[in-house]
Design a protein around this ligand. Sequence first.
Ligand SMILES: [Zn+2]
Length: 249
Amino acid sequence: MNGISIFMYHQVGHFESMATHRAVYCDVNRFRAQMRYLKLIGATVLSMSEASDLLRFGAPIPPRAAVLTFDDGCENFYEHALPVLQDFGYPAIVYAIAGLAGGRGEWLAADGLPVPELMSYARLRQIADLGIEIGSHSRHHLRLGELPAAQATAELRDSKRQLEEVLGRAVPHVCYPYGSHTLDTVLAAAEVGYTSGVTCQRAAATAAFDPLALPRKAISFGDNVVGFAWKLHAKNAPKGTAIKRTAFA
Ligand SMILES: [Zn+2]
């Protein structure tokens, strides 16, 4: 069974070399080389909506299928990642934090990392008009799996509503901050109307996964084209059991 490599990026740009938190950063030249590699091998880069439909309806998945996801909605997506995506004509999804758009990624300060600027709603509308999908990354970037149920549900529901209102588009895709989710989180995401959800578990996404708990493959600062190629082709059975509702439509 072919899987879909849902790649996870956060920030793209020019960064100093680092020893920790490497999964948060991708050098823009490396990013371009990774996209060139996808082009070279004839990979099928799908939008999240296309991938989600293929997985949910059990349709055949093309070989070397990939999705490009960008967490947090940093302004450096617009500055550095978007021009590369446009050069290659690749779709992508940005998971924006509804309550922090136009602000700063203050939560990174706790790890001693620079605090990035987050795209404003005007910017999110602009990139949506250019064909970039906007998903929800909750309202306040909290660990949903550790919140009281009502609060987690509100984070999922209110972020969806707010993004839909401001963008004037449906927001059917969600990304759980820090990958934190439980079965209750997944049930709540379904309840408020999401049709896809992504985690930080590492594996290729197949129809065997719950559509609201799809695994991804994190791209690290150290990933040159060889590392990237290895991740693309790896099946990576997830560690532990992936969360799955007993029945889902
Ligand atoms: Zn995040």
